[in-house]
Design a protein around this ligand. Structure first.
Ligand code: COI
Length: 355
């Protein structure tokens, strides 16, 4: 018998809905937000009243610590509508646990898991009409925590804001992705914050990613910061390589994000009897496989990116194109995942949480 009582979430409903103003056929990713948001402040050493309220701007001091020291973490998760109009979250417990791991690394107090789960359920239920039906449509859910203490001393804040905002989305990448293998810049280092979903991990990638974009690529595949020898992850996705029929992905470490989609793909691969290796893969091995015609696929996995096939990679200014496979693993995993997410197939691993 569980005696823990979750504090009631205070709900203040919006007077009007912005839903009718949204052009769902032309959605920029994460640019239109739903009518409500969740907010909970941390002060005097504890989390205060959890509240769902109309979506709106924050008022904050220009001296709030997050603005100076980037003490902030976030999550990305999605809700999907099935053909009956029911809405489902996908593996929310994973995101709940991960944001607290990220918080711990960034000296942010952890948020009570049961309140986060309840907040997600109530918020999504309230803005259910924002979840569009149809494969590819979903509601992107962005929980995050920021430090709000006023003051520029470089020390952990004593005040925080935990929030959840939500945006209807469709595809993050509209086509195949072209990537550059990192040779100079690094995303993370041993002992650093690479495994945390820390805001700064993303901001730090913008400059090298812009350089890649200037050359006609979309993303950087990061390599280890010591030698630029091992393939790690891309900016918004974990990465999988198919060499002949073996699926290879880097082991998670303190440099690599433990992606929920990544671990779901590994489970689906195991179920399908696909030979999988979770091991370090060198850039040399990848280039040799490409030259030998043994590199069949590269694809990224992530909540926003879902499964995004990579059509070319560049290394030392040589571009290697990757031909489409008739028996594409990327297509298979994308279909298998979406079948579960949209409640089209059975849910053998109990990944769906119905709202
Ligand atoms: C996600 O997939 O949720 C991510 O974190 C990528 C995001 C930075 C767009």
């Amino acid at each position: 018998m569980n005696n823990i009582t979750t504090p009631a979430i205070k709900v203040i409903k919006a007077d009007t809905s912005k839903l009718k103003d949204v052009d769902f056929n032309n959605l920029a990713f994460g640019a239109n937000f739903t009518d409500h948001m969740f907010e909970c402040d941390f002060k005097d050493g504890e989390w205060q009243t959890p509240t769902i309220k109309p979506y709106g701007n924050l008022v904050m001091s220009p001296a709030a610590k997050v603005l100076h020291y980037g003490q902030a973490v976030f999550e990305g998760m999605k809700a999907y509508k099935d053909d009956n109009g029911d809405v489902h979250l996908f593996r929310p417990q994973q995101n709940i646990e991960r944001i607290n791991k990220s918080s711990k690394r960034m000296a942010i107090p952890e948020f009570p898991e049961e309140i986060m789960m309840e907040a997600l359920k109530q918020l999504v239920a309230l803005d259910k009409d924002w979840v569009q039906p149809g494969r590819g449509n979903s509601l992107y859910i962005r929980p995050f925590v920021i430090s709000t203490q006023v003051g520029v001393s470089a020390s952990p804040s004593n005040a925080y804001k935990f929030m959840i905002i939500m945006a209807p989305v469709n595809a993050y990448y509209t086509g195949d992705v072209r990537v550059v293998i990192a040779e100079e810049y690094s995303r993370s280092a041993d002992g650093g914050v690479g495994a945390a979903k820390a805001a700064g991990n993303y901001g730090a990638q913008f400059y090298p990613t812009n350089l890649a974009k200037e050359q006609g690529f979309d993303q950087v595949i990061w390599t280890d910061s010591n030698e630029h020898k091992y393939l790690e992850e891309a900016g918004t996705m974990n990465v999988f390589f198919r060499i002949n029929d073996t699926l290879i992905t880097a082991p998670t470490s303190d440099r690599i994000l433990d992606g929920v989609t990544r671990k779901s793909v590994l489970k689906l691969a195991e179920r399908a009897g696909i030979n999988t290796e979770v091991r370090k893969l060198t850039v040399t091995e990848l280039v040799d496989a490409a030259k030998a015609g043994e590199l069949k696929e590269i694809f990224g996995s992530g909540t926003a990116a879902v499964i995004s096939p990579v059509s070319a990679f560049s290394y030392k200014d040589v571009v290697y194109d990757i031909d489409k496979q008739d028996d594409s693993y990327a297509t298979k995993f994308k279909n298998d995942l979406m079948d579960i997410q949209y409640n089209v197939s059975e849910d053998p691993f109990s990944w769906r949480v119905k709202i």
